[in-house]
Design a protein around this ligand. Structure first.
Ligand SMILES: Nc1ncnc2c1ncn2[C@@H]1O[C@H](COP(=O)(O)OP(=O)(O)OP(=O)(O)O)[C@@H](O)[C@H]1O
Ligand SMILES: [Mg+2]
Length: 264
């Protein structure tokens, strides 16, 4: 019944991954593989282990059991090709830095921390800010931006890294509708250039538009596969609990869009 689709030549492999905090598992025995060149949604209720999964992939938290391979290698070997945007609440926004310096950190991730930025790097920083509509704020202190503006700067930093794989933890949290639209356009453009984007997201309504592939978590892996296969009422209920009233609305929405749904 569970849908866990295996991928050939995966961009990411997660094997038996278990992360335990204070004797409580945050993710438990999770196994999946992800395809290259797609936009992949990581979804599941609050506390279901989405952020922990991204941190374990990045090596920010250690796995208690299991391992992860990125581009068929250890994360340490390929870190420059992988860009990570943490969940906004988890970042201390009071540090003194100008917006352009925060974005430039994306270039140092590629060039090494002791290098100097050349003209090309500076151009990439400008271009990245422009892509998220923040070029007018280049000299502003990061602490003096609104939440949604800070989020856009962190996305610009990820863009400046020119990575191959992007892990974004709730990039749409706290951004307005038109910004969300422009960010998803940007992600589509990146995908069309062969990049892989892994995006933690909460909104079930937009997920089927945004994502090619969805990983559903609820401490355990509930499903991993093409969005049309994963978004069935039964699987959503397994991830979110069947009493959630939005689930029936989502099922209606999916029916309207004539997604394939399984009936008993
Ligand atoms: N540093 C930590 N120490 C102890 N427990 C933690 C820590 N970080 C997360 N947890 C716990 O692990 C579980 C998973 O947390 P995680 O942040 O991965 O969830 P999430 O799916 O990202 O949730 P949200 O949708 O709220 O962002 C939760 O029960 C959380 O309380
Ligand atoms: Mg989270």
């Amino acid at each position: 019944m569970a849908i866990i689709e295996e991928v050939k030549n995966p961009v990411l492999e997660v094997h038996s991954l278990t992360v335990v905090y204070n004797k409580q598992p945050a993710i438990w025995n999770v196994d999946f593989t992800l395809p290259k060149g797609q936009i992949i949604g990581i979804m599941g209720p609050n506390g279901s282990g989405k952020s922990t999964l991204l941190k374990a992939i990045m090596g920010v938290v250690d796995a208690n059991i299991g391992y992860v391979k990125v581009f068929d290698q250890e994360i340490e070997e390929v870190r420059r090709k992988v860009s990570y945007v943490p969940q906004r609440q988890s970042v201390d926004w009071d540090f003194p830095a100008q917006v352009k310096d925060v974005v430039a950190m994306g270039r140092f991730a590629t060039r090494g921390i002791l290098s100097r930025l050349n003209a090309e790097d500076k151009e990439i920083v400008q271009e990245s800010l422009k892509k998220v509509g923040m070029e007018a704020f280049a000299n502003r202190q990061i602490a003096q931006l609104s939440g949604g503006q800070q989020q856009r700067v962190f996305i610009a930093r990820a863009l400046a890294q020119r990575a191959e794989l992007y892990l974004m933890d709730e990039p749409f949290a706290g951004v307005d509708a038109s910004t969300e639209e422009s960010i998803i356009e940007l992600l589509n453009e990146m995908r069309n250039h062969g990049k892989t984007l892994i995006v933690v997201h909460h909104d079930l309504y937009t997920a089927s538009d945004y994502f090619d592939w969805v990983v559903l978590l609820n401490t355990r892996l509930v499903a991993s596969g093409p969005v049309a296969k994963v978004f069935t009422p039964e699987i959503l209920a397994e991830a979110y609990g069947s009493r959630l009233t939005t689930l029936s609305k989502v099922a209606d929405l999916l029916a309207e869009r004539r997604f394939p749904m399984r009936h008993k």
